[in-house]
Every structure is written in C-alpha cells, then in structure tokens.
Design a protein around this ligand. Structure first.
Ligand code: SF4
Length: 281
C-alpha cells in the first residue's frame, strides 16, 4: 500500500467514486493501455457526462466518440449498458456485482472493479495482471499452471478488507508495472514475501506472445469503422480506401453487422461492391 500511495491519483478515474465514470473507465481499460485511455476517457465523459446522456445518444455518436480506442464492440456494449441502467435500474449503476454482470459488456472482473472502486465492496477484482501477481506471490506458480478459480479464491483471501478499492488497484499496478510477464523482481515491493521470487522459477517464465495485428480481421474491422465514422460508403469504396480485398471487407462487414456496429443493405450483405454500409444508429 505504501508503494501504491504515489499512484493513488495517477489516472483521472481514480479521483472519482462516480459509478458511471468508473464503469466507463473499466470498459475502456479492458483492452486498451491506461495511457491511451486517459484522453479518450475525458473526451467521452465530456460528451456523455451521465448515464442518461449516454443512454439517449444515437449509437453512431457513441462509436464516433470512441475513436482511437479500437475494439469498437465495447462502445456498443457500453451504450446498451447505459440504456439497461436507465430502463431497469432507474438510471443508477447497480452496486451488486451480480446485477452489474448482467449488463452488456460487463464480465466478472469489470463487475468486481465497479463494485469495489465505486461502492467499496469487499471483493477482489482479478484481471490478467492481478492473476499473475497472485499466482506467483501467493502460490509460487505461473498463472497458466494453476486453475483459475484457485487463483481467484486466493485473491479473495489476500484482499485487504479495510481498503478493498486501493488494494485491488495496487495489485493491478504491480502486475502491470513490475510483475509483468517478464517480472522485474529487483524492483518489487513484495519480493521478500513472494513465493516465486525465493525459488528459481523465473527462468521458467515464458515471455508473452502477442497476436499479430497486421492484416488481421481486427485490423480490417477497425479500418472499416474508421472510414464509416466520416460517412457511409459502398463496399467497393471501403475495399479501395482500406486497402483490402472485397472478400475480406465483406467478411468483416458481416461480423460488424452481427455486433450491431454497422448496417449493410442487401447488396452489401450479398457481397456486391455497390452495396452500401453505414454506422448503426
Ligand atoms: S517478486 Fe517477482 S514474481 Fe514475485 S510478485 Fe514481485 S515481480 Fe512478481
């Protein structure tokens, strides 16, 4: 906790206990680095300052403001979550993790994070970073060597019940900055008590492999949404401007339609270059 102290206000979402702001930040942080989330978070809350404002906004506006974060499905899910909160919870973000988990785009980690950060619930928020710290420090194993529920149970036992929000955030920062896939044990504040540090297990820790992005379906989908933010377009125009074959554009459009991000006319769905596509409302 002493190590965490200077990091306590490192990000704008840590200065708030507004459950809506916490929810927005956690959805953004699901697949985007914190440094990139900061400007997007401030822009998003400037445009949609409340759950009600987000619930009322056309989905295309939400996707536009999401620009730069990628994984645009999260924008759609957040928009749907805001509508569900207004419709089913009187506009108040639920405090109960089980109710939070029923919202679109909210999994067990995000539900626990919102309940803990915004409402002070005594629940461990276990993301990939925390799972790595708990597995190594408490169980003396790599996370891939232990059942996930074993790690989650241990995280619950380890939780500082007097300061659950700070504790969860501290473990996240520790996993992100120090206990990385290739750990920096020499800079670790809990090294003296770590069960991995005391052995020679570090040599067995495999460096993380990342999925290639170049040419991936994610890149094609991201390119299409970027172009459609400016204006509606035909399949042929999208292929030419994004620099991918029409077949790949058509496949990506099918996936984006399935996610509720874009709307395609019958010709586009049939794979014709003249078919029209636009962002969903
Ligand atoms: S001592 Fe090393 S392995 Fe243990 S928690 Fe710290 S960084 Fe991770």
């Amino acid at each position: 906790m002493k190590w965490f102290e200077p990091r306590r206000h490192a990000y704008p979402w840590r200065g708030t206990s507004d459950p809506y702001a916490v929810l927005v930040s956690e959805v953004m942080l699901q697949q985007t680095q914190a440094a990139r989330v900061v400007p997007a978070f401030e822009r998003f809350l400037g445009r949609f300052p409340t759950v009600a404002a987000l619930a009322q906004a056309p989905r295309a506006d939400v996707v536009r403001v999401w620009e730069g974060l990628g994984y645009n499905r999260r924008a759609v899910a957040l928009s749907e979550a805001a509508r569900a909160i207004v419709r089913d919870h009187g506009g108040r973000v639920p405090a109960d993790p089980e109710e939070l988990e029923r919202l679109p785009g909210v999994g067990p980690y995000t539900a626990a994070a919102v309940a803990s950060f915004a409402y002070g619930a005594t629940i461990a928020a276990v993301d990939t970073n925390v799972r790595r710290v708990v597995a190594r420090a408490r169980l003396g194993r790599e996370p891939g060597e232990v059942r996930r529920d074993t790690i989650d149970d241990e995280a619950g036992r380890w939780l500082d019940r007097g300061h659950p929000a700070e504790w969860n955030q501290a473990l996240m920062d520790l996993g992100r900055e120090v206990c990385r896939p290739e750990p920096r044990c020499e800079a670790c504040p809990i090294a003296a008590d770590c069960r991995s540090r005391s052995g020679s297990r570090r040599s067995r820790m495999a460096p993380r492999r990342t999925a290639p992005f170049e040419g991936s379906m994610r890149q094609v989908r991201g390119g299409i949404v970027r172009l459609l933010r400016r204006r509606a377009a035909s399949v042929g125009e999208l292929a030419a401007q994004a620099g991918f074959p029409v077949e790949r554009i058509v496949d990506a459009i099918g996936a984006l339609v399935g996610d509720g991000l874009v709307v395609a006319d019958a010709a586009a769905r049939a794979g014709r270059a003249t078919g029209r596509v636009r962002l969903a409302d």
